[in-house]
Design a protein around this ligand. Sequence first.
Ligand SMILES: [Zn+2]
Length: 454
Amino acid sequence: MVTDAQSDVNELRSNGQTMRRGQCVARRGSEVVSQVSRCTMNTLLVLAAVLLATPARGQDLSGAKTLSVVPQTEAQLKELIKLFDAGQYDFWREPRDMGMSVDIMATASQVQELTAALERSGLKPQVKVDDVAQMVMRQNSGVYSRGARSLDWEDYHDSYTINRWMAQLASDHPDLCTLETVGKSYEGRPMNLLTVGKGGADKPGIFIDGGIHAREWISPATVTFLVNQLVTNSSAHDDLLSSVNFYFMPVINPDGYDYSFTDDRLWRKTRSEPASPGGCSGADANRNWDFHWMEAGTSNDSCVDNYGGSAPFSEVEMQVVRDQLTRLRNTTKVYLTFHSYGQKWMYPWGYTAALPEDWQDLDRLARDAVGALKAVHGTRYQVGSSTRTIYAASGGSDDWAKGVAGIKYCYTVELRDLGTHYFTLPPSLIIPSGQETFAALKVIANFVKKTYSD
Ligand SMILES: [Zn+2]
């Protein structure tokens, strides 16, 4: 069944342009060219040529470097957390525990200062990415597609392509799929929920989302891979599909996600307008949930990457996901939210180092899942609570799903890799990532079937 999933897509896309009905809008960095009235083909072609020649822009990355450190003492970890909380630098991998790598990007003017600050704490910073601009450029000049004809997993795709693919899939497999447009993003992009299953609405469910952080492209790519495996190879999973419902929302921050294709490859937040004058756009969608909101690992400075928003659920996209989780909470047993990078399968709490009462249940299932994952390509994932020692981050979706919606098995998964390619994981690794993650999902789905359906 296809509901009005695509009816709201009044956009034609071509090479990163957004053309709304009756209007031409081309984005090029912060510069917006807008012509209300006629859109002639010539204009489109000229704009396409300009955009093709212009790499995605945003912050100035020339001379930017990424430094890595491994805190060895609690004092060093505390210093890193202080630095993280100050919000001056873009932490690609946040400080979590002693012995665990932290990756920090510094712009050209910050490199010296950051190096000195780290060395003062006795840390030994290593330059891991010598030229961030070059790294980003490499991926942007690759063959990833905007507005491609169809979805594949040899490339990364924008939200429009993903939505169109989901609509086609639902229309091709009406016995298995239900696609609903359940909301709209701040900038008006449709937010779709795809339900896959044939056992009826009262069967136990697994809710899976991706793309909450814009720049983590492997997340939507992996989630759509999981969808595709289940649906196009359904005869192999007949048993599961009769007993379990899978709820998919592959791109829950579509404005930020598309912005990371067109303007700023390293964008993390949503794209909402600043709540107060002089502020910056967007909030960290994974600090915006109303459960111990703004308590730890988050900032009230809108210009910082982990800005928790002007209020809990200030971001409309998170309201949309919240409403679906609420609607489905009685049957949903597992919540999976995909991020990158770091290869971690984490469970609550994020806001405190205390563990949930039933953490051993969550731990056991996670270990079974990563065991199956590893058997596919040998990729190792670490299992544990989101808060290992003294670093906490509150307002995350997994904490809310467990603490408020009451879903028992909630996991935040940091997908590949361990800091070789950072957020710019080569497209050739999408399929391996999808294959191994699907093995983990099968373990979880079989567990749900056995525990709640048989
Ligand atoms: Zn993330």
